[in-house]
Write a protein that binds this ligand. Structure first.
Ligand SMILES: [Mg+2]
Length: 190
């Protein structure tokens, strides 16, 4: 069975000391991790800076492997016609080569052409952009499995696949904060 594996990077394979910086009107700066940033409420005058996410040095120097997921990926044997791609919500301006190098540092070997960086806030949300890319990639596979720490990404993937590619089996695996992998199912009414 030809399977496409779609694996996220941040907080799925690697954890980094990367934060969104918010500078307030009074000049103070707060750094939010992606979990905290979800509940951030923008105040008038706030300046939001995502530049740490496009800083290759920070990615190379601060990344630590999520051991269980890295071990799963290294042990994965791709059958004939199967493929594994890394799909990150980071912007491609970080340079795909840096992503390949940071993963290689932790023993995850991927080719340049199997890494996609979809983040560009002007075109849509990361879950939408990831789901759209995966639908396009999935057409020549019987099965697509997405591994991601973001429930929003998994929900968008499962619902979009069900709607647009109902003949391809879509399965999802959630990676929790401890790096544990568990099958994930979207509520049927989603
Ligand atoms: Mg992630």
């Amino acid at each position: 069975m030809a399977t496409l594996y779609v694996v996220d990077m941040d907080d799925t394979l690697l954890r980094t000391n990367t934060r969104v910086r918010v500078t307030r009107v009074d000049g103070t700066t707060v750094r939010y991790n992606s979990q905290q940033y979800k509940s951030y409420v923008r105040q008038p005058g706030d300046q939001v800076d995502y530049s740490e996410f496009t800083d290759p040095e920070r990615l190379m120097l601060t990344s630590k492997p999520v051991k269980r997921v890295v071990a799963w990926m290294r042990a994965l044997v791709l059958g004939p016609g199967s493929r594994l791609v890394i799909v990150t919500g980071r912007e491609s301006t970080i340079g795909i080569g840096w992503i390949v190098a940071a993963l290689a540092k932790h023993g995850v070997v991927v080719r340049l052409r199997d890494v996609f960086a979809v983040g560009t806030a002007t075109l849509g949300t990361v879950p939408e952009l990831k789901a759209g890319l995966v639908v396009n990639l999935s057409r020549s596979y019987d099965r697509v499995e997405m591994v991601d720490d973001s429930v929003a990404n998994l929900d968008a993937f499962l619902t979009t696949m069900r709607r647009v590619c109902p003949s391809v089996t879509a399965t999802a695996v959630h990676v929790d904060q401890l790096g544990q992998m568990r099958p994930y199912h979207t509520a049927p009414n989603n």
